[in-house]
Design a protein around this ligand. Structure first.
Ligand SMILES: Nc1nc(=O)c2c([nH]1)NC[C@@H]1CN(c3ccc(C(=O)N[C@@H](CCC(=O)O)C(=O)O)cc3)CN21
Ligand SMILES: O=c1ccn([C@H]2C[C@H](O)[C@@H](COP(=O)(O)O)O2)c(=O)[nH]1
Length: 283
């Protein structure tokens, strides 16, 4: 929580205004931020200076794991976060690749689970990683990447948190996650949860101890219409101690994650927080 607030304060103090053409808004921006999460000691990095809808963030991650490409499937899991990008984004609505209502195109999980090869066959990056880690193998390329420039025009948004690298050291699994662009008031609240939960889940289903998660962000920004709420409300609040994330121990395989797991299999213990803050969202 302290590192999150320190990044917010750094943007407020040192950020530079940058025009963003896609959204038509200015963003107060800093470059390069490194956040670390202690998954080994279950220090769940949940924002406490406002109420966080953490289940929606885990639902989003589960949808990526399942390779979803449709906002309706994300809604069924428990998050509406893809509705706007799928259905309320002029550039995507005019894109001939869009297959209709709720289609997100070839984004995130589609690339992770069925990356298209030139010969028409597909690569399941996540399956390979889970199989290797389950056998105790780290080939120094246990990389899940959603970043496929050849198919950017086939999706509603380029992936923001685009690459996850797993590292096995003895019986401890670590994760390094890379993010090119970060909406700190809204997106980072979710992305922190996702990095933590991804390591905890993959460690659990491959039979290893979770270690540290390293979250590397390039462009970290606050949109102009979010600044006042961040500076004058959220940053004035005192944080509470970190809660813990409990995951159903019956989740034992990638198939479990793909089939029966729901948000009821996740619980947060000891979450003390301030009231909600509704930040504007930019499509
Ligand atoms: N501008 C922008 N920021 C993002 O963070 C973002 C995108 N676009 N597009 C793709 C995904 C969608 N994500 C989102 C979308 C919405 C919320 C959001 O509205 N969060 C609210 C309420 C969530 C709820 O009620 O479930 C929040 O207060 O956290 C968060 C992340 C993250 N990504
Ligand atoms: O997981 C996510 C997904 C998206 N975001 C934010 C970062 C930016 O504010 C927008 C994406 O805009 P681009 O013009 O494609 O950079 O969404 C996030 O923080 N986390």
């Amino acid at each position: 929580m302290k590192q999150y607030l320190a990044l917010c304060q750094r943007i407020v103090d040192e950020g530079v205004w940058v025009e963003n053409e896609r959204t038509g808004k200015r963003c107060l921006t800093v470059i390069n931020a490194d956040l670390n999460y202690d998954v080994a000691n279950n220090q769940f990095p949940l924002i406490t200076t406002r109420k966080s809808f953490w289940k929606a963030a885990i639902a989003e991650m589960l949808g990526y794991i399942r390779g979803y490409d449709n906002a309706a499937d994300f809604r069924a899991l428990g998050t509406k976060t893809w509705d706007m990008n799928a259905n309320d984004n002029a550039a995507w609505l005019a894109n001939p690749h869009r297959k209709g209502e709720d289609d997100m195109g070839r984004v995130y999980g589609v690339q992770g689970r069925s990356w298209q090869k030139p010969d028409g066959s597909t690569i399941d990056q996540l399956r390979k990683i889970i199989d290797n880690l389950s056998k105790g193998i780290d080939d120094r390329g246990e990389i899940l990447t959603f970043y496929n420039p050849g198919e950017f025009d086939m999706g509603c948004l380029r992936p923001c948190m685009h690459t996850h690298t797993f590292s096995l050291v003895g019986d401890t699994l670590h994760l390094t996650s890379y993010q090119r662009s970060c909406d700190v008031p809204l997106g980072l609240n979710f992305n922190q949860i996702q990095v933590f939960a991804l390591l905890a889940l993959v460690a659990q289903i491959t039979g290893h101890k979770p270690g540290q998660a390293y979250h590397k962000i390039v462009n970290a920004h606050i949109y102009e219409d979010q600044l006042e709420l961040m500076r004058d409300v959220q940053l004035k609040r005192e944080p509470f101690p970190s809660p813990q994330l409990k995951i159903n121990p019956e989740i034992k395989s990638l198939e479990d994650l793909e089939t029966w797991v729901t948000m009821d299999d996740f619980e947060v213990v000891g979450y003390q927080h301030h009231g909600p803050i509704k930040y504007p969202f930019s499509v």
